[in-house]
Ligand binder design. Structure first.
Ligand code: G6P
Length: 470
């Protein structure tokens, strides 16, 4: 097929990563100054594995006004290209399709008597999703050196591999899904043409990879159902279970800012003998924070011996606040936490310590303090918090873990496993976790930490590059 782009000459990138959210976001101050904020996460540390000399390029999207202004002023990080995609197009693709349709499908979040509704508005948003994917495909096609390797990330960019393959057949293309993949029957909610487009888009890659075998198998099943066996001919489906970055976490968790927050948290918890149940999440519909609080309430209700002796430290950081359903969910989390505190709290004991302002150092302090880690998502690609807490906790922690989190595949043996919908079952698991003998807890934590760090981000990233090149 004739390609629209002449393969560019030297100085073009040999390794490219594409994702909606890049490593840096900018905010625009009232005085017109731009402030850069560097995000964490597996991709950022994974990319650092290829070193500064490699000709690597990270293509991402401008997310807000700060980012757009940075693009206009030509401000940016070396090795990062931010695309200033029209704001309405981005909003329709990101809020409309990626976060309100694809995220919902893969996490089974719809209330099906009323939603989804695939109407004209949806078709309009889908056209924006195509435009937004095309902008990425074209930017990658322009920037990639002949034969370069391109790693496309996540559900925002499902169409990119197919579009890029058409423009640049010489490239090696991988797609990685950081989310679960929907079961066949649920994926059938999507209009057939859309389902096919998504699957064809990803299968434009040489290799489609997932966080666990379960999600990889679900993808294969959907591809067989909608496209038939031929669509998978010559395609490789891989699994790379992203692990925690132990060296980074252990060092970072002992810096002065974390120590300072640890002292403040200890004060909020009160007495030194009080146990802690810790959760740290984005306030995300799939994280199941509300049922976690209800389980804790049930524990206090049915096992009064825990009153005054345990504190639930719940960090629920803002996420996707452009969507009303996320704002409502955030409100519900606050309300239920307040209800528990008014019903059970005493002048000397606050049962739930809820923080909603993102603070990484405080999260690490909570990890160190955790006697019990509560990770109970409805469904989750992996859940790195489940992997990070055992690595960082000072005294070892018992992990209450949803069987629907990707992390369950690697951590299930040493966790207390729950059905995330079962509130009383979760309360029982919390009780069991709180009463676990210290020796058993320490032994389990050791094994959890080993499993959690089996594939650190850098290795996770290099494995994918090797698999694509091999
Ligand atoms: C999940 C997705 C990521 C996304 C992150 C935060 O982990 O897999 O692609 O970046 O959530 O969501 P946001 O919408 O804030 O980027």
């Amino acid at each position: 097929m004739a390609s629209q782009y002449d393969p560019p000459q030297p100085a073009a990138a040999r390794v490219l990563v594409a994702s909606n959210r890049g490593p840096v976001t900018y905010s625009l101050g009232d005085d017109g100054a731009l402030t850069a904020r560097r995000g964490g996460g597996g991709l950022v540390s994974g990319l650092s594995a290829i070193g500064p000399d490699a000709d690597a390029l990270w293509v991402c999207s401008a997310l807000g006004e700060g980012d757009r202004e940075a693009v206009r002023r030509g401000v940016g990080e070396p090795g990062v290209r931010m695309l200033d995609i029209d704001a309405d197009t981005h909003a329709a693709a990101y809020n409309g399709i990626a976060n309100s349709v694809l995220w919902f499908v893969h996490h089974l979040l719809y209330q099906t008597p009323l939603e989804p509704v695939f109407d004209a508005e949806f078709r309009h948003q889908w056209a924006a999703y195509e435009t937004y994917n095309k902008a990425f495909a074209e930017a990658l096609a322009t920037a990639a050196a002949p034969g370069a390797t391109v790693l496309v990330q996540d559900y925002h960019l499902c169409l990119v591999p197919g579009m890029l393959r058409a423009l640049r057949p010489d490239l090696r293309i991988g797609h990685f899904s950081h989310t679960p993949w929907a079961p066949v029957d649920y994926f059938r909610l999507l209009p057939d043409d859309i389902a096919r487009q998504l699957l064809h888009g990803i299968l434009g890659a040489d290799r489609a990879a997932f966080l666990t075998r379960r999600w990889a198998d679900a993808f294969t099943a959907c591809a067989l159902e909608h496209l038939g066996e031929e669509a998978l001919d010559g395609k490789r489906i891989g699994v790379h279970g992203l692990g925690a970055d132990a060296d980074f976490l252990r060092e970072r968790a002992h810096r002065p800012d974390v120590e300072q927050r640890l002292t403040a948290l200890r004060e909020q918890v009160g007495g030194p003998d009080r146990r802690t149940i810790v959760r740290v999440d984005r306030t995300e519909l799939s994280k199941n924070i509300v049922r976690g609080l209800l389980a804790y309430e049930h524990l206090l209700d049915t096992r009064p011996e825990w009153r005054e002796h345990v504190v639930h430290i719940a960090f629920a950081y803002p996420s996707r606040q452009d969507l009303a359903v996320y704002r409502d969910y955030t409100e519900a989390v606050r309300r239920i936490a307040d209800d528990i505190n008014s019903e059970y709290g005493t002048p000397t004991w606050t049962p739930v310590v809820l923080h909603v302002k993102d603070d990484f150092a405080r999260s690490l302090a909570a990890y160190r303090l955790a006697d019990v880690a509560l990770v109970n998502p409805i469904r989750d690609g992996m859940n790195l918090v489940a992997k990070e807490i055992p690595v960082v906790s000072d005294e070892g922690c018992a992990l209450v873990l949803s069987r629907e989190a990707g992390a369950y595949e690697e951590l299930g043996d040493d966790a207390l496993v729950v059905n995330p919908y079962d509130v009383t079952g979760t309360a029982d698991a919390l009780h069991e976790a709180l009463t676990m003998e210290p020796e058993e807890r320490a032994e389990r934590t050791k094994r959890l930490a080993a499993a959690a760090t089996a594939l650190p981000p850098q290795q996770w990233f290099l494995e994918q590059l090797e698999a694509l090149r091999g």
